[in-house]
Design a protein around this ligand. Structure first.
Ligand code: HEC
Length: 138
């Protein structure tokens, strides 16, 4: 083997290992995220409660509910009422990219809950919403 390649190899292996470790730490399935929220909530998720929460108008700015932007049918395209951009479906059955990145999911949960509800959502509320979204098939 070329001496230069030989010196480079351990570094390359270390970099690949780091990338793989990082990727597996971030990648998640919707079921894993749900299990995490449920464990924090300390009680089983209730999909019907999640649906009611999603459709509830909390009476804040512009009368927003989650459904204002995501629609009452999370297997369909939504529309951001502020930016007017279309939003891909939230239900994992309609959009496999959903709830596969814990950081992204929590970022949007916190942002949207603050806007709509006026505070971050509790683990129980997140569990209920995600459990309901998982029941929705296109
Ligand atoms: C003003 C419009 C708007 C409202 C209201 C809104 N959302 Fe969103 N939501 C977005 C946008 C925009 C994104 C990010 C774009 C994307 O991921 O397609 C997003 C993304 C998300 C995600 C990320 C999912 C993932 O892992 O990919 C979750 C969860 C979410 N919203 C939940 C909620 C909940 C719960 C509510 C109500 C408390 C809510 N949203 C209200 C616009 C909105």
């Amino acid at each position: 083997m070329d001496a230069r390649l030989f010196r480079f190899l351990p570094t390359a292996i270390a970099v690949v290992a780091m990338v793989l470790a990082g990727a597996s730490a971030l990648a998640a399935t919707p079921a894993e995220l749900l299990a995490g929220y449920t464990a924090k909530a300390g009680a089983p998720a209730q999909p019907e409660r999640g649906q009611a929460f999603f459709n509830k108008n909390f009476g804040r700015e512009m009368g927003f509910s989650c459904a204002s932007c995501h629609t009452t049918n999370p297997t369909k395209l939504g529309r951001d009422q502020v930016t007017e951009k279309s939003i891909k479906p939230l239900a994992p059955a309609a959009n496999p990219a959903r709830f596969t990145d814990a950081k992204k999911t929590d970022f949007h949960f916190d942002l949207n809950c603050k806007d709509v509800v006026g505070r971050v959502c509790t683990p129980a509320e997140k569990a209920d919403i995600l459990a309901w979204l998982l029941t929705q098939k296109p």
